[in-house]
Design a protein around this ligand. Sequence first.
Ligand SMILES: O=C(CO)[C@H](O)[C@H](O)COP(=O)(O)O
Length: 236
Amino acid sequence: MSDEWKRLAAERAVEDVMPGMKLGIGTGSTAEHFVKALGARVRDGLDVIGVPTSERTRELALSEGIQLTTLEAEPQLDLTVDGADELDPSLVLIKGGGGALLREKIVAAASKRMIVIADASKVVDVLGAFALPIEVMPFGLAATWNAIEAALAENGLSGDLVLRGGKDHPFVTDGGHYIIDAALGRIEHPACLAEDLAAIPGVVEHGLFIGLADKAYVAGADGVLVVEATAQDAEN
Ligand SMILES: O=C(CO)[C@H](O)[C@H](O)COP(=O)(O)O
């Protein structure tokens, strides 16, 4: 059912795509439904150009016949559509379960609007049940690890840190970095945590997306619900 809901949310977002738009195209199983639905519209004559947020998405988009570009050629995009691992009612997100959080955040920040597509299981009151992905430089990993633990303690948080893929075969992102997944349980103050993590030199990026999403299409048993970020959310 979850995959069907992902498809419904993705198909709803495709309706927001207008001719001539420059699109940021997300990564993950929900975003893949979006790419397929967008590909169908492109083959029907819709003229858009997209920037993929991962090599995986690039390959799928090309196979769907979607014209692609880069942020170098098109540094400002009209709309990014992407999935999320968790979203709260003010549209703060945890992303990076698929390992693409750095490119996803760069692309979302370069877009006038971001729409999140998700099945209802992703909506939570308080973020943190999903382990927070933190993208780090391989250089100095142990020092960065300690600094992350200190930042978590500073924020009253604790929990297991796990190097994705394990120490022998760490998962490597498209940017050549590692990911530490931090199982924190409840992140009551994501903005404070985001600031402290971003201040650690070996942290390349973290999976808290704050003030980036404008709207979410959340599909579940009641159909597709629309969640809008309020002006106040956007300021926080
Ligand atoms: O952040 C992401 C990839 O880095 C994905 O958007 C997130 O993991 C959701 O994935 P899915 O749509 O497969 O549930």
